[in-house]
Design a protein around this ligand. Sequence first.
Ligand code: ADP
Ligand code: TZD
Length: 577
Amino acid sequence: MGTVESQIATQVTDGFHLVIDALKLNGIDTIFGLPGIPITDFTRMAQAAGLRVISFRHEQNAGNAAAIAGFMTQKPGICLTVSAPGFLNGLTALANATTNCFPMILISGSSEREIVDLQQGDYEEMDQLAIAKPLSKAAFRVLHAEDIGVGVARAIRAALSGRPGGVYLDLPAKLFAQTMDAEAGKKSLIKVIDPAPKQIPGADAVKRALDLLKGAKKPLIVLGKGAAYAQADAEIKSLIEKTGIPYLPMSMAKGLLPDTHEQSAAAARSYVLPEGDVVMLVGARLNWLLSHGKGKTWGGKGHKDWGGQKFIQIDISPQEADSNVRIDAPVVGDIGSCVSALLAGIGSNWVKPPADWLGAIAERKNKNVAKMAETLAKDPRPMNFHSALNVVRDIVKANPEAILVNEGANALDFTRSIVDMYKPRKRLDVGTWGVMGIGMGFSVAAAVVSGQPVIAIEGDSAFGFSGMEVETLCRYNLPVCVVVFNNNGVYRGTDVNPTGGPDVAPTVFVKGARYDKLIEAFGGVGVHATTPAELRKAMEEAIRSRKPTLINAVIDETAGTESGRITSLNPTSGKKK
Ligand code: ADP
Ligand code: TZD
């Protein structure tokens, strides 16, 4: 190349580099994705530019990784996909991120605009922007290189501000190769200032909430995953301890305070929900996971009746209050600011809740804990959920920094109630949708983002949704210990085909499958464990060695119940046999 030509070359940038520069300028250091037309070179250039590019075997897993990275870091997790089918594969994760209030950006290449819009049949043709819109918090398309800075900035702001969510960014193939003057390109980029601005609650709203709390005889605090996301850990701990109010952690809020905390009412859940008179929700929605705030769970007579308790709701979304039942004291703002304002109002002479309320909770709790200890101490053959989880419980206790990923039905419900968490944001699970398939995507991201060991407790059905990513675990040599609770099927392995035909029942898998062999194909450690002692040894070794490990934990195939704890949500046939 001649001197003049090379000078010109150095003064030019293009779409590829502008997108990478825009992400880096905004502190993005990792991309989760899957290469192909039109983004293959983009992944190479991103890696060359120092971004960590984690490649997956299926876009849904890359998307789940991005979503949970967003939850863990308060930075939008980036998922990168190819056009149409790759985009659609990633879209489930984007919709799930929006549903769960996780900040994520799905960046997808797309095909030739003119051909797509005239529906002339391009390679991987699809109007992706239109399809993404109803499933995301916001969706943008960039057509010109000089707009990349604005496009990325808008995507980041939309993902992080207010209630976080999933954002779609459409980058047509032609954009990547567009060139522009390097200096002008640099100037066009935007470093987003204060992407998640504090939202201070109104003084009157705070006072209303405090007045209600002060008058309560049986107050209760419910911590949700919004409280975990907010990273206001010290303030929340202080609020709980200064008020002395018992609290319930929702699944992903476990560990915000150690589950062994004396004010945790988790082991007395079915007592405190109907009995409490003032309930303060902190980053938790009154959706199906809390029985919509009404019905028998809350002391109502029928399934639509209110229990009569009063609610305080702390949430960043001004539209959340009253979505299911009346909220008597909405406090709208970010959790850090809201909890700080409450703390300031509480002062130093707050009167703790009445002793009879605390005593009644302690009594139920102690009884339930003792009953559970008895069950956990049993050592049945074959191993069941309880005896296996007794091991997991000890391992997590000994390794409180480890991140626990969890999916399945029984494998989910039993793990949530048996395995105590000790630190914030260490439990990652199926979330608001109860979606299967988050397992390996969450595990990869958890290991990549935190560097800590990851333990994934997986139902055998749940594991199958993302199981191919064990290759990804091995490829990046991630310290992930996958434990497949293998009970030969969905929920359990005992259903039979009523016709007596050769097909097995719809919920049944190959009996005695050896999931441990899967990871061995890629150089990972596979272990077949049929007793708690074998499981314990294998988990200890996995944590110690930090080698990608898959333990096939054989569970009694009769042990599970239909849909775990939510069997009542199954419709029943009205037709008499
Ligand atoms: P869970 O499933 O644990 O009950 P949800 O996902 O239903 O939790 O609720 C989380 C709530 O937290 C959402 O309503 C969301 O708007 C809110 N939220 C998320 N981040 C923040 C924040 N930083 N400050 C205040 N509220 C938040
Ligand atoms: N598909 C998706 C995407 N999400 C779902 N939640 C389901 C299907 C339905 N489903 C559940 O709700 S749990 C579950 C399915 C298929 C698997 C349960 O079996 P498992 O766990 O082996 O994972 P247990 O421990 O045997 O119950």
